[in-house]
Design a protein around this ligand. Structure first.
Ligand code: LR7
Ligand code: MN
Length: 594
């Protein structure tokens, strides 16, 4: 019924053309389309240097000869454990500068390269889904400011690698006036050298516009039937696009979001997200909510679609003409924040619908902080939220202003154009939206308790303890303890005489590779600098800065830092410890003794 010969022809032609471009465009006509570490401008960052000795290389004993193929294998099997290993000061610089500029582990990102396999995180039933062969083609719009080159290129290539060519009209990269040296030249020369121009167009903002106007500019250059927006540090998963396009084809006023899988900022490991949907609180912050069991378990739930009151903002698809009819975005919003709730309210209140599609999976690097500000240092989230409250929230804007009284007098610019949009589209009231689309939302009164946030990625589940005991450094022959009280958050750890009877010296090593002292706090490495000493912090359960491997060679390897725990001076009574380049020396040998 859906078979379309024209499309098949187009798709075959595109595939052949693309294949020829990518395979013959390289030096010597060598096909280098998959699993190639790093080519192009950042190639100097990729220098695997696994040495043979006990200290230098991964536990499975890789030698210099097969290091290349081994690293490929690691990339392919998602065993990213050793990818962050720091071998010298240059690696350390890449890692530390990367955290500073991008708030994620750029050393690992660079080593992964621009293509990698991902675990297929979809429900098994998704693989049996059949979509119409003829679907509207997509313009993928990716807006970026100062993005790490390898993350940006992996975003682009994941789309090229995992999208049938006939469904990919184009990729539009909007460079929001990035300030990073080389980014512009690197991107231009990469696109040219790899002959990506047939699909990839780069648009440059003369001045910083922010992601909201940036996306509007990108959309204005797009000519595909559907717009797909992505952040610049994403990786799309298997068959991601068809399940997004099909509902839009069925109903052009449907806006769809994929499930946003988690790419760890510390390890770049890709893991599935549970199926949750978007909500918000009266501070106008987006939050994830559990999906009512009735909807999740409905015949359609796991593989069909889930109605969502709001979207996270970065990853969604909609009909291009409908995007324009619906009023694009509010161009009075700056830099970052609020536009996701604004477009969500607008979609529902003005006759559309917003769905999450469980069979469409796209990974996103979730960072712990935003590495950039706004040019004038303004709080653009507050500015943008004020605008959306005044245009869309009717009397319920009081809920926000009561929480943020200081914003009552704050100017938010001219909103008449947005009010005209609401008028033109004959949109419903915010009360209707709350009653019909988000009935779970509680209207704050002094008697209502604050709502409990839902934590994605964490449950009540406590990881199983694998080993317990004192952590003795073999060179100093002393044990790792809290410098102050073992219950004090942020406290340092030092070496002291071992005492088998002291429960304050007992560490638990669990299946999540956490090291927990006295049953309470986790050994944690700051994400900022690898030279900072470890501290005791509340266990966050998401690996990275609290992930340690206790290897056969007795070393204690810190995954996000890529270094080993070492005693600074074995005879000093101060007993200081720090992470250092793994070298297999006695100072880096530890034993967890029961
Ligand atoms: O001035 C800027 N210019 C830009 O082009 C600032 C940012 N950007 C780009 C930036 O490079 C990135 O590609 O805009 C994109 C989004 O910025 P991020 O990645 O710093 O934002 P975020 O992931 O922290 O924030 C989420 O909320 C934002 C609110 O304005 C946007 O809607 C983001 O797209 C959104 N990201 C997601 O929804 C991904 C999932 C996160 C969750 C939950
Ligand atoms: Mn993002």
């Amino acid at each position: 019924r859906y078979f379309c010969y024209g499309c098949l022809f187009t798709s075959v032609t595109w595939s052949v053309l693309l294949f020829l471009y990518f395979s013959l465009g390289q030096d010597g006509g060598r096909p280098t389309f998959r699993y190639v570490p790093i080519q192009g401008p950042q190639a100097h960052h990729f220098q695997p240097r696994f040495s043979k000795g006990p200290g230098g290389g991964p536990e499975h004993g890789i030698t210099a000869n097969d290091e290349h193929s081994q690293l490929h294998k690691l990339n392919r099997t998602h065993d990213k454990f050793w990818n962050g290993m720091i071998f010298n000061e240059q690696d350390q610089e890449v890692r530390d500068m990367g955290y500073h500029k991008h708030a994620f582990n750029v050393l690992i990102s660079n080593r992964l390269g621009y293509h990698r396999d991902l675990p297929d995180t979809r429900d098994d039933k998704c693989r049996d889904m059949i979509y119409p062969l003829s679907l509207p083609a997509a313009s993928v719009v990716i807006c970026f400011f100062n993005e790490a080159f390898s993350a940006l290129l992996r975003t682009v290539h994941s789309v090229l690698d995992r999208t049938p060519a006939y469904l990919l009209h184009e990729i539009i990269l909007v460079d929001d006036s990035s300030e990073l040296a080389d980014l512009k030249e690197d991107l231009d020369s990469y696109v040219q050298q790899h002959k990506l121009q047939i699909k990839v167009k780069v648009v440059r903002n003369e001045k910083r516009e922010g992601l909201i106007r940036g996306r509007m500019i990108g959309a204005s250059h797009a000519t595909g039937e559907v717009l797909v927006f992505l952040d610049s540090h994403c990786e799309v998963n298997e068959a991601w696009l068809q399940p997004l396009l099909a509902p839009i084809q069925r109903d052009r006023k449907t806006v769809v979001c994929p499930v946003i899988d988690i790419i760890s900022a510390d390890t770049l490991a890709y893991s599935p997200s549970p199926i949750v949907r978007g909500g918000f609180n009266w501070g106008l912050h987006f939050k994830w909510d559990t999906v009512p069991a009735s909807e999740l378990n409905s015949p359609d739930g796991a593989v069909g679609s889930i109605r969502s009151p709001t979207m996270a903002g970065g990853l969604f698809a909609m009909d291009r003409k409908y995007f324009n009819e619906l009023g694009q975005y509010d161009s009075g919003m700056d830099i970052w924040g609020g536009e996701n709730l604004e477009i969500s309210f607008r979609i529902w209140m003005c006759g559309g619908q917003l769905l999450i599609i469980p069979c469409a999976r796209v990974g996103h690097i979730f960072r712990k902080r935003r590495p950039y500000g706004s040019p004038g240092g303004q709080d653009t989230m507050a500015h943008n939220s004020l605008r959306l409250a005044h245009v869309w929230m009717d009397e319920y804007k009081e809920q926000y202003l009561n929480l943020r009284p200081e914003l009552r007098e704050r100017a938010y610019g001219d909103i008449s154009e947005r009010q005209a949009v609401r008028q033109r589209l004959q949109c419903r009231s915010f009360k209707w939206y709350l009653d019909t689309i988000y009935p779970e939302m509680q209207v704050a009164s002094p008697h209502n308790k604050p709502q409990q946030p839902v934590f994605v990625n964490k449950g009540l589940h406590r990881p199983k303890v694998l080993q317990r005991g004192r952590l003795r450094n073999l060179q100093a022959d002393k044990c790792l303890v809290a410098q102050g009280r073992s219950t004090q958050k942020g406290g340092a750890v030092v070496l002291r005489s071992c005492d088998t009877h002291n429960p304050e010296q007992e560490w638990a090593y669990d299946e999540e590779h956490e090291l927990i002292l006295a049953g309470l706090l986790c050994l944690d490495m700051s994400e900022i600098r690898s030279s900072d000493p470890p501290r005791l912090m509340k266990c966050h359960g998401s690996g990275g800065s609290q992930q340690w491997t206790l290897g056969k060679s007795n070393r204690l390897y810190q995954v996000s830092v890529g270094q080993c725990l070492a005693v600074v001076d074995p005879i000093s009574p101060k007993g200081y410890v720090a992470t250092a380049i793994c070298n297999g020396s006695q100072s880096q040998q530890w034993q967890l003794e029961g």
